[in-house]
Structure formats: structure tokens, C-alpha cells
Design a protein around this ligand. Structure first.
Ligand code: NAD
Ligand code: AHE
Ligand code: ZN
Length: 370
């Protein structure tokens, strides 16, 4: 069949809108009509060419929501008409990691996913006679896409696609990092580096679990107003306090250091600050931001010897098929907010504007509606 899609032909170039060919779902696979997709900073990161797993030409996008249109042989958990959210972190419930219950990083299809391929090592997409790669197992910048059954969360049918698509990455990543990865406790002091589409969800997660001080750090003061409405109690602008004085400013604000910090930028310098602003003895810093291929983090080992903990979180530590439907319920029940964070919507034809707005610091989330 044919589908409209935004194709990334090469790194650093705008996407172009094409009519592509899609092969139907094979055994264990599902054809999904994507109704809406968010544009995450990770899409821009891969498009920039800095992602060691970035393959071109590809159909990017990993923050979608849609409807099952066809299922392949042997698919049991889904049927045509089901509403779904694609999962770049699948949940097979059979691999060593899933069975361990210690991590959400399902390994069953990770190798082929990183190569831009379906689990049978082929691609379902072609354009102008040539192969086009999948991206993060999702490729939500195509109106129709194919995913393995284990990479789809079935969600309730009354939830609006143009809002819950954001649960496919940003919302779950931010709130999940607080709830599932860090397990922030009521009364904790929390610091959030980067007040974008991820950081603001960390902030609302911290408010939801009853954090005390929620300190935001960003170079862009236009993010402050939204951050305050989501629960930020204090703001640190590195350009105002001095970039080398951010750690001290946070230690002063928290009376000794943060209980938890979250790096939501993808910059190794702010990752170090995020660790070093944590409280001696127990403060935990969670890295969420994705740094360029080849980048390395550094700190004095003494920071860890004296009890600070450096951790990371992918997809908020959420087990997609289990936790994503619950997060959709949280949204529908008014426990979390999504609508104000979606600052821009556009048709697929204008998807490059979403990248421009992100780079200019003018959007929180842009959502493409098909
Ligand atoms: P975004 O562009 O919406 O937000 C980034 C924010 O960081 C912006 O507000 C920007 O002003 C701020 N910033 C940039 N440089 C800064 C600096 N030096 N000091 C202070 N603030 C600075 O991006 P996003 O969509 O929120 O994504 C944030 C990061 O999280 C990206 O690296 C993305 O790839 C990553 N990410 C990781 C996961 C995961 O599962 N680990 C999931 C989604 C996104
Ligand atoms: N391909 C990159 C890694 C990118 C990365 O860390 N991705 C996050 C999700 S970002 C979503 O916006 C993730 O889930 N990582 C775990 C995993 O298994 O990829 C690189 O640097 O090679
Ligand atoms: Zn993302």
C-alpha cells in the first residue's frame, strides 16, 4: 500500500514529503494508521547526524498514536480498530530483562531496531524504488507504519490522539523518570536541568509525588512561565548566576544539595553539574538527555565515594504495554496535564517548522496531525 511520509534522505537536511510504499504486516506484526505524532528533540538529534545509530534514508518519529488497521499471522494481543501507542522500548514479557522485572529495556528486538530494520532484518518501507529505514522501531512520521505486536500499547478509545501521542515519549520519559526510575519521595528537593518537552514532565511528575522544592535550570527564560504552572518553585538561569556557579546556587537553595536531579538537555557539562549539585551521602542524579555519539561524562570519583549516585533513565523506566495505558488514564482522569505543553500543531507538510521552532526555543511540543 501507499502512505504519505516525511522522509529524512540525509543528515542535516530538511525532511521531504513523499508517497512511499509499505509492505503489509508479516507474522507478529501490525499495520497502524498514525493519527498524530509529536516531534521530540531525539528526532532532531538523529537528523543532525550525531546519532551513532542514525541511518538514512529513514522515516523518523517515535511519539505517535493511532489505530490498528491490519494484523499479521499469529498476532493475539491486538485487532483491527484498536487504539495504540507505538513503543520504541517494547515489552515482550519473555526476554531476560522483561522477566527480571529489574529494567524496562526489553532486549528482544533491540539489535535490529538500532539498524533501522524490522525483526526479520528487512524494511517495510521503500520510496522511488529504494529502501527506506525504520527509526526507533516506530517511524511515526509516516501516516501508516508497521510495528511488531510487542511494540504497541493498547489504550482506551476515548483518549484524543493529538494529545496522547506525547505519552509515546516525552510525558512517559519525564514523569516515569520521577516515578519509576528515581522513585522520588514526598518532600524531596528536586532539580531539573532543561525545561523543554521532557523537563516540564519531570516537573509535573515531581509535583505529583509531592516534592518540596522543584528547581528548574535553563538558559531560556521564556520557559519559566510554563514551568511555574507545572510546579517549578525556583529558577536558576546559568547566564545570571554564572555558568560556573550553578552548583553552588543549587546547594544554597536546597540547604546542602538536591535529593534528586534530572538532566534533560543532553549536554555532558550540565550532566556533571546535575550530579555535583546533589546532596552528599544520598543525592541521585538521573541522566535523561541524549548526548552526541562519542561524548563522555566526567566527575571526580570523590563525588561518588561521598554517596552521590549517577543513574540513567530510558523511556522513564516505564514498561510500555503495562504502564503506558495507565499513564493515558492519568491524563484522562486529570492527574497529569498535557494540553498546555502542546504549543504548536501542524499538518505533515509543515513538519520542518516543528524542528525550526524547537531549535529556536519557541515551542515545548509540536504535534503533527495527519
Ligand atoms: P527540548 O529542546 O524541548 O528542551 C531542551 C531544553 O534545554 C531547552 O529548554 C533549552 O533551552 C535547554 N538548554 C539547552 N542547553 C542548555 C544549557 N547548556 N543549560 C541549561 N539549559 C539548556 O528537548 P526535549 O525534547 O525536552 O529533550 C531533552 C533531551 O532529552 C534531549 O537530549 C532528548 O534527546 C532527550 N530524551 C531522552 C529520552 C530518554 O528516554 N532518555 C527520551 C526523550 C528525550
Ligand atoms: N541511538 C542513540 C541512543 C539514543 C537513546 O539513548 N535513546 C533513548 C530514547 S530517546 C527518546 O527520545 C533510549 O531509549 N535509549 C535506550 C536504548 O535502548 O536505545 C545512540 O547514542 O546510539
Ligand atoms: Zn523522544
Amino acid at each position: 500500500m501507499k502512505s504519505r511520509a516525511a522522509v529524512a534522505w540525509e543528515a542535516g537536511k530538511p525532511l521531504t514529503i513523499e508517497t512511499i510504499e509499505i509492505g503489509g504486516p508479516k507474522a507478529g506484526e501490525v499495520l497502524v494508521e498514525i493519527m498524530a505524532t509529536g516531534v521530540c528533540h531525539t528526532d532532531a538529534y538523529t537528523l543532525s547526524g550525531l546519532d551513532s545509530e542514525g541511518k538514512f534514508p529513514a522515516i523518523l518519529g517515535h511519539e505517535g498514536a493511532g489505530v490498528v488497521r491490519e494484523v499479521g499471522a499469529g498476532v493475539t494481543a491486538l485487532k483491527a480498530g484498536d487504539h495504540v501507542i507505538p513503543l520504541y522500548t517494547p515489552e515482550c514479557r519473555a526476554c531476560k530483562t522483561c522477566l527480571s522485572q529489574r529494567s524496562n529495556l526489553c532486549t528482544s528486538i533491540r539489535a535490529t531496531q538500532g539498524q533501522g530494520l524490522m525483526p526479520d532484518r528487512t524494511t517495510r518501507f521503500s520510496c522511488e524504488g529504494g529502501e527506506v529505514f525504520h527509526y526507533m522501531g516506530c517511524s511515526t512520521f509516516s501516516n501508516f507504519t508497521v510495528l511488531p505486536e510487542i511494540a504497541l500499547a493498547k489504550v482506551r478509545e476515548d483518549a484524543p490522539f493529538d494529545k496522547i501521542c506525547y505519552i509515546g515519549c516525552g510525558v512517559t520519559t519525564g514523569i516515569g523518570a520521577v516515578v519509576y526510575t528515581a522513585k522520588v519521595w514526598p518532600g524531596a528537593n528536586v532539580v531539573v536541568f532543561g525545561l523543554g518537552g521532557i523537563g516540564l514532565n519531570v516537573i509535573q511528575g515531581a509535583r505529583m509525588v509531592g516534592a518540596d522544592k522543584i528547581i528548574g535550570v535553563d538558559l531560556n527564560p521564556s520557559k519559566v512561565e510554563m514551568a511555574k504552572t507545572f510546579g517549578m518553585t525556583h529558577f536558576v538561569n546559568p547566564d545570571e548566576v554564572g555558568r560556573d556557579k550553578v552548583v553552588q546556587a543549587i546547594v544554597d537553595l536546597t540547604g546542602g544539595g538536591a535529593d534528586f536531579s534530572f538532566e534533560c538537555i543532553g549536554n555532558v557539562h550540565t550532566m556533571r553539574q546535575a550530579l555535583e549539585c546533589c546532596h552528599r551521602g544520598w543525592g541521585e542524579s538521573i541522566i535523561i538527555g541524549v548526548a552526541p555519539s562519542g561524548a563522555e561524562i566526567a566527575t571526580r570519583p570523590f563525588q561518588l565515594v561521598t554517596g552521590r549516585v549517577w543513574r540513567g533513565s530510558a523511556f522513564g523506566g516505564a514498561r510500555g504495554r503495562t504502564d503506558v495505558p495507565k499513564i493515558v488514564d492519568w491524563y484522562m482522569d486529570g492527574k497529569i496535564e498535557i494540553d498546555p505543553l502542546i504549543t504548536h500543531t501542524m499538518p505533515l507538510e509543515e513538519i520542518n517548522t516543528a524542528f525550526d521552532l524547537m531549535h529556536e526555543g519557541k515551542s515545548i511540543r509540536s504535534v503533527v496531525i495527519y
